[in-house]
Every structure is written in structure tokens, then in C-alpha cells.
Design a protein around this ligand. Structure first.
Ligand SMILES: [Zn+2]
Length: 438
């Protein structure tokens, strides 16, 4: 917008014109039907002979209907004012020939503006529905001889495969980025790898041979670097991390910080920094509401023992290595069909937007939830054979991932009046997830 104003002022300068008014309609997508106070003011200025030249960025930006154009032409004829545009120079409307031209151009540009975005979108949509990739090809892949069908780049693919592995193991994205930089790898855009750069890359569905069509993941017509399930598992790991954790180096991560909640108030407890006197506790950070705290060491030890014991149980491999529920696909298909029907009703004007929106939102939420269920967390097999050893070997994020998988809630109760941090096992209140507690 500012750019357009500058361009118009440059035209005025070139023509030796003095600028008396600068009118801007924010809603210049001139076809939306909203009122345009700037345009109305312009007509007023012309009508009252306060201006004799109009400078516009493009002729099609001035009018939004043939009717308006005709009125405008009439007004120019009556007042003798002229029009200059940044894009098309002097907009001559003085002869029948030029007026015809203006009318045709107006009609064409109007049709263009209305259609261009939907046509581009439709083309993209069609390409994607056919499984073709649109947009920049992610690192680790390269363009093949078939447009829209990128392929594995043998040079960089192993790096990205390792990145996805590390993400799934719960490694911090900052750490992954730092390692790449240290090893001298340079991303396609920018000079160094960053937390965000790594996140953006590993989130690209192309890596799993998938495409996002209409907000949903569908198999692409090309192969990714890893299986769709592998990519989904990495996304699920990312999604389950609490906000902020992804940026924190793992050394500072406590076992239960942000996971543990107060049984009474539901607020989450965070681990202290460890260098203060009270640093060895988990405590609620909600002054005035909840001040529960609990000794970290004792609780961590007990939780570790509980998890190791659970992993040792005979049924653990079955319970924690869930097979993908195939009925989920049917449910997803059903939800999508309902959503499409709703969207059709909306498009055909048979359903008011106000009543469709909350229902569409609810369906979208349900679809998203099912999507995440379709990507179950995998616990490596070694955990069931040698749980203690494996637990010790795991990084803190990996342990936290297992805790989130195993429990719906880990809560701690206030004790007595003093709410002191000393830990007694009775304070712990565990809610096993799904079938884990059986
Ligand atoms: Zn509380």
C-alpha cells in the first residue's frame, strides 16, 4: 500500500503536479462490495472541481463495476479532469475508442481479479490431489526429471533421515541445529541451521511421502525419505512436547516439570533451576492460587521405579506397542465426508455461514484428534527386555515421552496446612492412560 502511494507520488512529480489529496481505501480488493470512503471522497473532489488530475496505481483499482466506470467517465467528461496511472500511464477516456478500451480492460481485469486466485488455487489443488508436490522441495530431496515428483537426494538425504530419528528420540531441535552447523552443513535458505529451520524441515510431509491437501495428509505420487508412519511418529513426538520445551537444551529438562500437576488445582508444577535452595523441588507457579511443591529427587526416583516396573510386566509390549487401529481410517473418512457435505451446503447457500462455522470447526477438531491417534508413539523393543538399562540410557525427553504415553495424569496432593515439599508416596496420584493400568 505504501509502495503504491510512493509510485503515485512519483508520477505526480514527473508530471509537475502538486499533490493535494492522498486517498487510500484499505479494502482495495475492489470487488468485495464494501464501502470505499476514499473513492466516494474522490468523486466529491472531482464533482466540486477541487482536483483536475487523478493519479491511480492501476485503472482497474478505481472501479469495481461497469456502472461505476460509466459514472466516472461521465464525471470526467463533465469536469475535464484527467487520469494518470502508474501501471498504464495516462488513462485517456476522451474518445469513444478509448472509452470502449477502458470498458473492456475494466471487464477483463475484474474477471481476472475474481478468478485468478481461485484458478491458481484450483490448479494447485488439482496437482496436489494427483499427488504432485507444490512449493519448495525440502532439504534431503531434489527435483527429478518429472516436475512435481521430487526424489531422494543421495547427498543430503542421510542427514535428514538422521534428523527425523533424533526428533523421534526426543533430541532438542536447537541441539540438532547446532550439530549440523558444527559439522559444516548449510541449509538451502539462510546461512545457519536454527531451531525453526529444523522444525520447518522435519515438518514437511514430503519427507514421509505425503501431501497436505485441504488440510489433510494424503499419500503423494512420490516416495519420501522415510515411511509415512515414521514421519507421522516424528510429528507426534513434536506435537506432544509442551511449549517451550523444544527450545530448551535437554540438560535443563527435569523428568516431570510441566507434566506433574497439582491434584487439587490442576496447575502444572515446574522444576526449579537447581542453583537455589529450593531448586530441588517441583513447585506450582501460581501465586495466590496454588503453592504446592514437592521434593524432586524422591519423586523422580519413585516415578522411575514405577515406569520400569510397568515396562517389565508381561503385557507391556502389547499395551505400549499399539497396533494402528484400522477403524480409525473409516472414522476419518466418515468425518471428512460429513465435512465436505457441510461445505457443499454452505457453498450452495443452503446453510448460513454462522451456523456452519461451529460445526465445521468441531469436525476439524475431531479429524485432528483422530489424525493424532493414527500416529501412535513407538517404544523401542529393548525397553521391554531390559527396562532398567533402557530407562537409564534414555535421554530426559525420551523418558518424558514415555511418561506422557503411560499416564493420562501425574498429580501430587497438597499435604497438611504447610504444603511443604517433603515427599511421601501417598501424595502421588497416578492416572494410567488407556489400557496401561490394567
Ligand atoms: Zn494446588
Amino acid at each position: 500500500m505504501e509502495r503504491q502511494e510512493q509510485d503515485c507520488r512519483a508520477v505526480a512529480l514527473q508530471g509537475g503536479l502538486q499533490v493535494s489529496h492522498c486517498l487510500v481505501d484499505n479494502d482495495i480488493s475492489a470487488y468485495s462490495g464494501r464501502r470505499r470512503p476514499g473513492y466516494l471522497r474522490l468523486l466529491e473532489l472531482l464533482r466540486t472541481h477541487q482536483v483536475d488530475t487523478v493519479i491511480a496505481w492501476a485503472p482497474e483499482r478505481l472501479h469495481r463495476s461497469p456502472r461505476e466506470l460509466e459514472d466516472f467517465i461521465e464525471l470526467l467528461e463533465r469536469t475535464g479532469a484527467s487520469v494518470r496511472t502508474v501501471k498504464s500511464g495516462v488513462w485517456d477516456l476522451s474518445t469513444p475508442h478509448h472509452r470502449l478500451l477502458a470498458r473492456m480492460l475494466g471487464a477483463v481485469s475484474r474477471a481476472e481479479s475474481e478468478n485468478i486466485s481461485s484458478r491458481v488455487q484450483r490448479a494447485h489443488q488439482q496437482a496436489k490431489s494427483a499427488g504432485f508436490w507444490r512449493g519448495p522441495i525440502p532439504y534431503g530431496m531434489r527435483a527429478s526429471t518429472n516436475p512435481g515428483l521430487p526424489e531422494r537426494d543421495p547427498q543430503t538425504a542421510p542427514l535428514v533421515e538422521e534428523m527425523l530419528n533424533r526428533v523421534q528420540r526426543g533430541d532438542a531441535l536447537t541441539r540438532i541445529a547446532a550439530d549440523l552447523n558444527k559439522a559444516g552443513y548449510v541449509p538451502r535458505r539462510g546461512r545457519v541451521w536454527t531451531h525453526t529451520g529444523v522444525l520447518r524441515l522435519v515438518s514437511s510431509p514430503a519427507l514421509g511421502g505425503l501431501l497436505q491437501v485441504d488440510g489433510e495428509l494424503q499419500p503423494a505420487a512420490f516416495k519420501g525419505l522415510v515411511s509415512a508412519e515414521g514421519w507421522r511418529a516424528a510429528q507426534a513426538t513434536l506435537a506432544r512436547r509442551p511449549k517451550g520445551e523444544v527450545r530448551r537444551p535437554r540438560e535443563q529438562l527435569t523428568l516431570l516439570g510441566g507434566i506433574l500437576v497439582c491434584a487439587q488445582h490442576g496447575v502444572s508444577l515446574v522444576g526449579g533451576s537447581g542453583d537455589r535452595k529450593d531448586g530441588r523441588t517441583y513447585s506450582a507457579q501460581s501465586p495466590g492460587l496454588c503453592c504446592v511443591s514437592v521434593a524432586r529427587g524422591a519423586l523422580d526416583k519413585l516415578m522411575s521405579e514405577i515406569v520400569i516396573a510397568r515396562l517389565s510386566a508381561a503385557d507391556a509390549a502389547v499395551v505400549f506397542q499399539p497396533a494402528v487401529d484400522l477403524t480409525l481410517d473409516d472414522q476419518l473418512r466418515d468425518l471428512r465426508r460429513r465435512r465436505d457435505e457441510l461445505a457443499d451446503l454452505l457453498t450452495d447457500g443452503l446453510l448460513p455461514a454462522a451456523s456452519a462455522r461451529p460445526r465445521l470447526q468441531a469436525l476439524a477438531d475431531a479429524i485432528q484428534e483422530l489424525e493424532s491417534k493414527r500416529s501412535p508413539v513407538m517404544i523401542e523393543a529393548a525397553a521391554f527386555d531390559r527396562p532398567h538399562e533402557t530407562w537409564l540410557r534414555w535421554s530426559q525427553p525420551q523418558r518424558r515421552e514415555v511418561l506422557r504415553l503411560m499416564f493420562d495424569q501425574i498429580a501430587v496432593q497438597h499435604v497438611g496446612a504447610r504444603n511443604g515439599p517433603s515427599f511421601r508416596p501417598e501424595r502421588l496420584q497416578l492416572t494410567w492412560s488407556g489400557t496401561a493400568g490394567n
